[in-house]
Ligand binder design. Sequence first.
Ligand SMILES: CC(C)(COP(=O)(O)OP(=O)(O)OC[C@H]1O[C@@H](n2cnc3c(N)ncnc32)[C@H](O)[C@@H]1OP(=O)(O)O)[C@@H](O)C(=O)NCCC(=O)NCCS
Length: 199
Amino acid sequence: MTLLERIPRETFHEGSIPVLETKRLALRAPRLEDAKTVAVLANDRRIAENTARIPHPYRMSDAESFITGANKAGGEAVFLITLRDETIVGACGLLMQEQTPELGFWLGVPHWGQGYATEALHAVIDYAFTDLAHESLQAGARVTNPASRRVLEKCGFQWTGVGLYRINSIKSSAPIDRFRLERGIWSALKTWGRMKRVM
Ligand SMILES: CC(C)(COP(=O)(O)OP(=O)(O)OC[C@H]1O[C@@H](n2cnc3c(N)ncnc32)[C@H](O)[C@@H]1OP(=O)(O)O)[C@@H](O)C(=O)NCCC(=O)NCCS
């Protein structure tokens, strides 16, 4: 990626977090005034039961805690996913887990099935390997969550095994598939994408 290609999405920053722009989306740091919208969107059992940390019901105070706690730790990058007209549709980000950051994401149910998660994650992954210079990323998806698995696979993640996640909303652990994306695979996929565009 040339410096010139990087300028548009690096133009704006919210604190230490840049605004990442894609064809249809803008990813930016959450702000306290977003809490009400985030609380409404995230308050759905289908989201809570497929993520480790999101409680159910999800209250305004949960949204406020999420927002005030976001982007405080080194190496972390938490974004709200918005449409280009600034409508908030979900959230995604990288949380530090030991050495390897873990990718998390959710979309409000009315916005499922339009390719937004895949589009947003591509931007976060590029940011993780370029600006944040991470060497690999990890993610987990409940074995009952084929949409999440499909999104990860479309972004180049490879299955590495199974495990258990503690799921806040069900107050229990649940089996998950583990995935990993190494810098080498990401780089090869970017090169392949560029080649396809000129062929
Ligand atoms: C997982 C989630 C983020 C997907 O968001 P999205 O914007 O609908 O995802 P995309 O449209 O980019 O891609 C979804 C893919 O899954 C596929 N899919 C959806 N439901 C599926 C199902 N039941 N079985 C198989 N594939 C399915 C879609 O067809 C699409 O693949 P395709 O482009 O090859 O057709 C969203 O469903 C969500 O927020 N779920 C709850 C929270 C969650 O699971 N977060 C992930 C935690 S790891």
